[in-house]
Design a protein. Structure first.
Length: 495
């Protein structure tokens, strides 16, 4: 019996050793496999000598200057692509409601030409735009990125159960390529980049339903998650084939070249309307912020686009009143020209005035990770303090006061729209509702303009002057407006 037990134990030990040896051999085999090269053979190499032509249908969603936070604008498009190892040409028509717009794109080894939707002139493109196409064209076909990684001998980052993962830095974007270990086909691409409003933004391309054309493999379906999964797009590839030639969609202009990056140099100037009201103009963004000075604190209204601009406005506030804290920050509505620079004010400890319509959106922006391009709040964290406005809110030091009104839908622009009234000066400050030309009579009166006028009447405000935050100079409209001009524009419309 004892001899039998020993035999059984030896068999178990032998089985374990065999299993370990098989596992080690398998791992060794995987570690020796060049997944990138194998994938390149299937998804890029055939295009060294051939031109792939296919039609596609696309469903995309974008966050534009919409009526409410996170409200998406949907677009449907269809088009055709011709591509080989070095060239990529695309023509497509985008549809939104009943409108249709044509776009053309041509990429080569050194050139990038693009005629954007509904435009006749070529876009002014930079070298950075050109380099981004290495991974942006993966929205339709990932061979440019695959070839880029192979040419740069990109080492494997890590092996997972089903995927081999490669990572590369292209400019300021981290790009990860996932290759299925069984099929050697790309299953997923992820990019991590910086967004001025949302901070760290991950985009994910997922490829499925591969089919074969000769020795070339192409995914029939591509799902694209954008802004950390907030938006979802789809691309479907149809009618793919090899062809002998591609059409000349755009003509390269004489002397054409990609431009170098030309970062805007900050331009800031501050003027005082009176002892309480100060206007900060940011020439590089064409915006105007307002600082309201009370006896022992400040309120700042509007901060455009980026944390850097918020810091510039804070610096101006500290020059004006170095001993007074910024107690409040308020933004007229959630669009980036008014909210984009909010984060430095959170770090300053200001109370951020919000409504129920944009409270969650503000929280997302303030709490977003910023590892790609850190700002002061990400380096020195501070919790968000909010002051909720229902219909109106009075800010006062007991002597001087201002009133903030939630006009919302009446603005005909956004659901969360605020306007600011300074009763002592009979002054109204608003973001972007009045469009009266600097020269000549207004040809049209926008619904926004009518909405503001009606809101002022409904609130019974005695207004003499309106000051507008944006634009300051770029569009040829008045931004310091006598109220009677707004009133006359409405009366003329009625006549």
């Amino acid at each position: 019996m004892k001899h039998y037990k020993n035999q059984s134990g030896h068999k178990k030990l032998k089985a374990i050793i065999t299993l370990l040896a098989f596992t080690f051999t398998s791992l060794l085999s995987f570690s020796q496999t060049d997944f990138l090269k194998e994938s390149w053979h299937k998804q890029s190499e055939p295009l060294e000598t051939k031109i792939l032509n296919f039609e596609f249908q696309e469903s995309s969603n974008q966050l534009l200057h919409s009526f409410a936070p996170w409200q998406q604008t949907h677009f449907s498009s269809s088009g055709e692509i011709w591509s080989n190892a070095t060239n990529f040409s695309k023509i497509d028509t985008i549809r939104s409601n009943q409108d249709r717009y044509l776009s053309k794109t041509v990429l080569s080894e050194q050139d990038f030409l693009q005629q954007n939707y509904g435009k006749e002139q070529l876009e002014l493109l930079t070298k950075l735009h050109f380099q981004e196409q290495i991974y942006l064209t993966a929205r339709y076909i990932p061979h440019r990125l695959l070839s880029y990684l192979k040419e740069h001998h990109t080492p494997i980052e890590r092996l997972e159960e089903k995927c081999a993962i490669y990572s590369v830095q292209i400019n300021h974007t981290t790009v990860k390529l996932y290759i299925d270990k069984g099929t050697f086909l790309i299953s997923k691409i992820q990019t991590l980049s910086h967004d001025e409003l949302f901070g760290d933004v991950e985009t994910e391309y997922t490829y499925s339903d591969y089919f074969q054309i000769g020795e070339f493999y192409i995914a029939k379906h591509i799902a694209i998650k954008k802004i950390n999964g907030k938006l979802l797009d789809h691309v479907d590839i149809i009618h793919a084939k090899f062809t002998d030639s591609s059409p000349k969609l755009l003509e390269r202009p004489s002397g054409y070249k990609l431009a170098d990056e030309d970062p805007k140099v900050p331009s800031v100037s501050t003027s005082s309307y009176n002892e309480h009201i100060h206007l900060v103009e940011l020439g590089h963004t064409d915006d105007r912020a307002m600082i309201v000075e009370f006896s022992d604190f400040l309120l700042v209204a509007e901060s455009p686009l980026t944390s850097e601009n918020g810091e510039l406005i804070i610096a101006e506030a500290k020059k004006l009143a170095p001993d007074k804290p910024i107690k409040y920050f308020v933004f007229g509505h959630y669009h980036p020209h008014y909210l984009g620079g909010v984060r430095p004010f959170v770090q300053e400890g200001a109370q951020i005035i919000v409504s129920k319509h944009n409270q969650e959106y503000l929280s997302y922006i303030v709490n977003a990770k910023r590892t790609v391009k850190p700002d002061r709040l990400s380096l020195h964290s501070r919790s968000l303090q909010m002051e909720l406005i229902q219909n109106s809110l009075r800010i006062s030091d007991g002597d001087y006061s201002m009133d903030i009104y939630l006009i919302g839908e009446k603005s005909k622009h956004t659901i969360d729209y605020l306007i600011y009234y300074l009763p002592k000066e009979k002054l109204l400050f608003e973001d972007d509702l009045v469009w009266i030309p600097m020269e000549g009579d207004p040809k049209n009166v926008s619904p926004r303009q009518i909405g503001l006028y009606n809101a002022i009447q409904d609130l019974g405000l005695e207004v003499q002057t309106i000051i507008q935050s944006w634009p300051v100079s770029d569009y040829g409209v008045k931004t310091i407006i006598p109220f009677e001009e707004l009133e006359n524009s409405i009366k003329n419309l009625k006549e």
